[in-house]
Design a protein around this ligand. Structure first.
Ligand code: ARG
Length: 275
């Protein structure tokens, strides 16, 4: 009788431990629990913060060869990500992907945050939660330098072939240009190549990114046309309902905004992108 009693108690303990493990797994699918475990952290001791980004977007996020000759993802969004990870006491992991995959990756918990020059388009709020706005910039029209004057107004873009990033607010903007023929591509580099080869007439790109490409690629310029959008500014994407993570991200952004760090990160990243 006594033996059975011990066995039952032992079994109960095993079940409790197993149940606790199961819970950890669930939490690891994106809800940052109290101990801050990252999306792919299946109970390991170190905390991890996995961010998703599309590293085709200098000075926000882009690739460079570091001193060791390895590819490294840098940019002012990445500096912000490092600060968020630091405040969470977590190790940062960056997952590079196409821009139009980011929100699904966040929704399914394969990344903890999206930091990718993400604009606060109201429709996106159905799928993800968004932080406060941490930076603002304008939109630009880029063309071959020889066409710069020809495409100097938004009206002049009517009926043109327009290159945009797939899933971006620029794609929405291009759709409002009468009779425009859209080419939506995964990476900004490919849009620039299409522009260079004449397969698109203009591209709509975020101002700072357009400036960076114009400095690095011969024969392309920013025209005087001024595209407008209501989805102004950039936010960090957080998994829907993860209030704790959202609060933590906003707290870090508050700190970086109030001490001038974000402006400093932008200046540094812009200089790095020019090299
Ligand atoms: N701001 C635009 C948007 O949210 C484009 C962002 C593209 N970001 C990138 N890393 N390529 O739709």
């Amino acid at each position: 009788m006594k033996k059975w009693g011990i066995l039952i108690v032992a079994l109960m303990m095993v079940t409790t431990v197993l149940a606790a493990c199961g819970q950890n797994k669930n939490n690891a699918a994106g809800n940052i629990p109290a101990n801050n475990q990252g999306a792919a952290n299946n109970g390991a001791a170190s905390k991890k913060l996995i961010i998703g980004t599309s590293a085709d977007f200098p000075p926000y996020e882009f690739k460079i060869k570091n001193e060791k000759g390895d590819n490294e993802i840098v940019g002012f969004d990445i500096e912000i990500a490092k600060e968020i990870a630091k405040d969470l006491g977590a190790e940062l992991e960056i997952k590079d992907m196409q821009f139009d995959s980011l929100l699904n990756e966040l929704e399914s918990g394969r990344v903890d945050l999206v930091i990718s020059g993400l604009s606060p388009k109201p429709e996106r709020a159905k799928q993800i939660d968004m932080s406060k706005i941490y930076y603002k910039a304008e939109q630009s029209i880029v063309s071959l330098t020889e066409n710069k004057d020809k495409y100097g107004s938004m009206e002049s873009l009517e009926g043109l072939k327009i290159g945009v990033q797939k899933g971006s607010i620029q794609e929405d903007m291009a759709k409002t240009v009468p009779n425009a023929k859209l080419t939506s591509l995964g990476k900004i580099n490919d849009i620039i190549m299409q522009l260079k080869s004449g397969r698109v007439d203009v591209a709509i790109i975020e101002g700072p990114v357009a400036e960076s490409f114009v400095k690095n690629v011969d024969g392309i310029s920013i025209t005087d046309a001024k595209p407008v959008t209501e989805d102004e500014g950039y936010v960090v994407g957080v998994k829907k309902g993860n209030k704790e993570m959202l609060d933590q991200v906003n707290a870090t952004l508050d700190r970086l905004l109030s001490d001038g760090s974000i402006d400093k990160f932008v200046t540094e990243a812009s200089a790095l992108a020019e090299k």
